[in-house]
Design a protein around this ligand. Structure first.
Ligand code: 5RP
Length: 255
């Protein structure tokens, strides 16, 4: 169940980048002095970093933990103070983008290839706020191919196991190795990514559990039970809250 969306601003049509900026700006209102902040990856998260840097320059004191090398570089360039998750293992809030968001705030992430660190950082945070433009909202996840981070060792065996696990759940579709030019894309953790075009995923938890059971799968891009709110920019900015019972499980729990 969802909390009632709040209409915070009536909107004229804004271009795609402007929508990302609007969502990022609204998220900044949740950041306060002294916070330990997880900082996401992607073009929407980049807009958040730019706005955050302006606040830092005028006196906001936060410490950020970046979810990727890319985000760490941008933060470094703009003067956002950083720590590591090793030094700062408990975070107050993570702000990150997403590729898809369903009404329960289950997400597909990993379009930018940072899903493993993004999930580790989100799981270490008391709250996660997702920022996105309205094109990311879907009734059922799966229009966007699901990124699955895998160990390069035994890649073909893992691809076969992923397809078989999906098939047992009635899912099928192309599973392709993400490439950068002629070479496999390599994540910050030194892994590869499979993009799985399964289409509509009616039972995200079942798929999550099935993928976690495959030894070559390092992590997948389904974020279940991690986002506490989504700030969605479209015709205005809406905040959607996840109504979740305390202690309810995330995708790291076994069903
Ligand atoms: O999960 C991600 C990176 O791994 C991004 O948050 C996701 O791909 C959305 O990116 P963008 O804001 O550029 O649309």
């Amino acid at each position: 169940m969802l909390g009632a969306p709040k209409q915070a601003k009536s909107g004229a049509s804004m271009d795609a980048r402007q929508l990302k900026v609007e969502a990022a700006r609204a998220a900044l209102a949740h950041v306060s002095d002294g916070m330990r902040l997880g900082i996401g990856t992607g073009s929407t998260a980049d807009e958040f970093v730019r706005l955050l840097a302006e606040k830092v320059a005028t006196g906001l004191t936060i410490i950020g933990v970046p979810t990727s090398e890319r985000t760490a570089i941008l933060c470094g360039e703009l003067g956002v103070p950083l720590s590591t998750l090793q030094e700062t293992p408990e975070l107050d809030l993570t702000i990150d983008g997403a590729d898809e968001i369903d009404p329960e705030l289950t997400l597909i992430k990993g379009g930018g290839g940072a899903l493993l660190r993004e999930k580790i950082v989100a799981a270490a945070s008391a709250r996660m706020i997702v920022i996105a433009d309205r094109s990311k909202m879907v009734e059922t996840l799966g229009r966007f191919p699901l990124p699955i981070e895998v160990n390069p060792f035994g890649l073909r065996a893992t691809e076969i196991a992923v397809a078989a696990a999906a098939g047992r759940l009635g899912l099928s579709g192309l599973v392709t190795l993400r490439m950068t030019g002629s070479q496999p894309f390599v994540t910050d953790g030194g892994h590869f990514i499979l993009d799985a075009s399964f289409g509509r995923i009616p039972d995200t938890r079942a798929l999550s559990n099935a993928l976690h059971a495959i030894p070559g799968v390092v992590e997948h891009g389904l974020f279940i039970g991690l986002a506490s709110a989504a700030i969605i920019a479209g015709d205005g900015v809406q905040t959607v809250h996840a109504a979740r019972k305390p202690g309810s499980s995330t995708d790291h729990d076994v069903a």
